[in-house]
Design a protein around this ligand. Structure first.
Ligand code: COA
Length: 212
């Protein structure tokens, strides 16, 4: 297995891997429209920070990737990226995404009535970097994810980063265990993620942080 930095020639294959790498995980899809989800979670990382994007290759084929960002304050925020995708792909007029947004509104009201917070992004100078990682099912438990994460943690150390955060789901227990094994610690509350469901159940955001 080879772990290396993304090259422009990987773009099409990585975009194809994006569609299946999250399979089975509670985080696999937001609203079931791959192109717009890639526009939020993959394309900006290939376009804006290719040196923080690592890929795992087995027998010449991409099997996993980690998209990193050294300074989240200089990167388009989650909400900016979502808003742009909603406009570009006219998501409110598509059945899957429209149902997601409708559920999201109901969830927000439900949380407000219970005076509970909902998911949001973290802006803390102790952990300015962030990452997303996905490894396709056949490469899980093979060391591909470990290799990707080690490369990213090396980059954080080499660049003198104060620290890194990530946001996963409480219900993604395999991912949480993996991140803890890699040195991340749970941080802050675990609010509801409006609109998201897995096996019909509501999901909760888990923020995790790492310091060198
Ligand atoms: C989350 C994710 C990246 C974790 O990667 P993973 O490879 O599944 O990591 P795990 O820690 O579960 O498994 C690692 C296993 O491989 C083993 N392993 C590590 N290096 C190895 C190597 N070189 N050779 C063989 N096995 C190895 C570990 O010992 C561990 O085994 P254990 O569970 O029996 O202790 C991956 O499961 C994934 O992409 N899931 C779907 C998408 C997702 O949830 N992404 C995160 C969203 S926030």
């Amino acid at each position: 297995m080879e772990i290396r930095t993304f090259a422009e020639t990987d773009r099409a294959e990585l975009r194809e891997l994006f569609g299946r790498a999250g399979e089975g995980a509670p985080s696999a899809s937001l609203w079931g429209h791959e192109e717009s989800e890639a526009a939020i979670y993959l394309d900006p990382y290939m376009d804006l920070e290719p040196d923080s994007l690592f890929i795992a290759v087995v027998d010449g084929a991409l099997v996993g990737y980690l998209t990193g960002c050294l300074d989240s304050s200089k990167f388009p925020s989650d909400s900016e990226r979502v808003e742009k995708a909603v406009r570009k792909y006219r998501l409110v007029f598509r059945p899957g995404p429209a149902a997601f947004f409708a559920r999201g509104m109901v969830d927000m009201v439900w949380a407000a009535v219970r005076r509970e917070p909902t998911a949001g992004s973290i802006d803390d100078a102790r952990w300015p970097a962030h990452l997303h990682i996905n490894v396709e099912p056949r490469a899980r438990g093979t060391g591909a994810a470990d290799g990707l994460m080690k490369r990213w943690l090396d980059r954080l150390r080499e660049t003198g980063s104060p620290g890194c955060h990530l946001q996963t789901l409480v219900e993604n227990t395999r991912a949480v265990r993996f991140f803890e094994r890699m040195g991340f610690a749970k941080h802050g509350p675990t609010p509801l993620v409006p609109g998201m469901r897995h096996d019909g159940k509501r999901l909760h955001q888990q923020t995790m942080v790492w310091s060198p």
